[in-house]
Design a protein around this ligand. Sequence first.
Ligand code: PLP
Length: 233
Amino acid sequence: MASDPQNLQAGSAIQERLRTLRAEVAGVKSVLRLTAEPPALVAVTKTVTEAAIREALEAGHRVFGENRVQEAAAKWPSLREAYPDIELHLIGPLQTNKVKQALALFDVIETLDRPKLARALARERDTGAVLPRLFVQVNTGEEEQKAGVLPAEVEAFLALCREELGLSLEGLMCIPPMDEEPVPHFALLHEIARAHGLSGLSMGMSGDYETALEFGASHVRVGTAIFGPRGAA
Ligand SMILES: *Cc1c(COP(=O)(O)O)cnc(C)c1O
């Protein structure tokens, strides 16, 4: 690949931020963490160019998040060929007609959010598919426009997934309301996970990942703090 000085400079800024963040995330000690594993940094690459993603890969990073199946399908298969140990997380809504495609692309689906999707995943497993790791998205802010299981319905949904459908679940994920203090949402997600024996907690983005880590996050999903503002190109 040709490397003009401008790209090199942008690349090294990404690599610098990534190194700092990776060390920060991995070094966090929280008594609230529900797993012995150190927390993981999911580098969110929605709208991020392939060149910028390659900078992150060259810096040794392997865990990434995309929020659209189509966009992931356009970018990641070729990158995975070059870097087979990539771990790709789906962090946006999944329509049931895209389940097969999602299974081919993602190692983790963080947005299991309704019975119809749970049943579609179970059906794929029943016909031989190996399912990715699964997180249930919880709509902690009970926002009408936001995906996720309502807190009052989590218990029944987890029972459906685990007992009726035999799905193995790793954890919970939330996106707190934009205009609210995130702490009560992180605390609620932690409480629900603990009560149900789930160790994965995907919470915290560029603006609040430090707080999420204090509250026991196993995964923080960070985009702009690594790659810069989206849509600036
Ligand atoms: C875009 C996105 C992120 C990352 O957001 P930043 O503020 O850029 O860190 C995290 N989680 C989800 C679900 C997202 O869609």
